[in-house]
Design a binder for this molecule. Sequence first.
Ligand code: Q9C
Ligand code: ZN
Length: 348
Amino acid sequence: MITFFNPNHVAHAGQLEMYRGELVPCFEVPSRADRVLAELEHRQLGSIQPASLIDGSLRSVLEKVHSSRYLQFLERAWGEWIKLAPENSERDALPSVWSVRGMRSDRLPSNFAARMGLFSFDMGTPLTAGTWQAAIGGAGCALSAANRLLAGERGTFALTRPPGHHAGADFFGGYCFINNAAVAAQVLLDGGMARVAILDIDYHHGNGTQAIFYRRSDVMFASIHGDPSSEYPFFLGYADETGEGDGVGYNHNLPLPKGSDFDVWGQALTEGLDSIFGFKPDGLVVSLGVDTFIDDPISGFRFLEEDYLAVGRQIANIGLPTVFVMEGGYALEAIGRNVANVLQGFDT
Ligand code: Q9C
Ligand code: ZN
């Protein structure tokens, strides 16, 4: 397993997120990636490399996954935020107003708070001084990991934060800004693969990834996650979402009740991998969240550490070249072991 690590991840260090009416310390913290890196080094699970710097090829794939107006907003947002008031440089930006049904989202407001709301869907995702640098560093990791797969590698890992699967073509949320899994999938297609599957095993439904590919038949999206009727992101992730237009039949959601353990989840994985196998893809992207862990502070599945070895083995079984992309997982003490177990299971 070759790992591409995003050294710029530390530039994104949010302070507070809105939770039950108060601002609480962020769950999505820099030590997450550092702990995973330390465990991979400790186990010597293969080489660890820096990702491609931002260059023309990264910009062009970003423009295929995200809208231009969104990318421009993200790149300039911090500068606009601190121009509003000098004290703003001490605190992160959070949205406070949104465009909902019946309101305009085609007009780009000049007001910064209004644009924050236009391009987001929750109040739990602070935008910070280093968000753009960290997020494009992660996209660079995804690009490099996909390129290495095209060069013949069997498995690669984009180790980055902030995560990506809740970010859509023109919105952030769920701690995510740039959709790294979508970047990896698009790079594989642009590099000559005819079809690519994305398997999302984070606890939370990958609403952003689903939305990006919902009308496309060259990318199948399959996801196992907490039932959106009770679990974040709530408004997407039901089993009856099967794709639209050309994409009909290429979206497969497998929601499971909160409290599900690995026995139940493993059966859903078999079903998801069967769909993917039937799609006959040339490559696989795995949105790897380990917030399925029993001790995760914000999630509700009951995985044990050893279950992650079985996850990696079962994914390896379908025999596809695979890019793993880091998503969620907030039990800091175990995050390194849980991620390393998936990769080790895949490699054995
Ligand atoms: N304060 C990912 O795992 N908030 N995102 C839940 C806890 C949003 C999770 C409430 C959770 C987003 C990538
Ligand atoms: Zn998650």
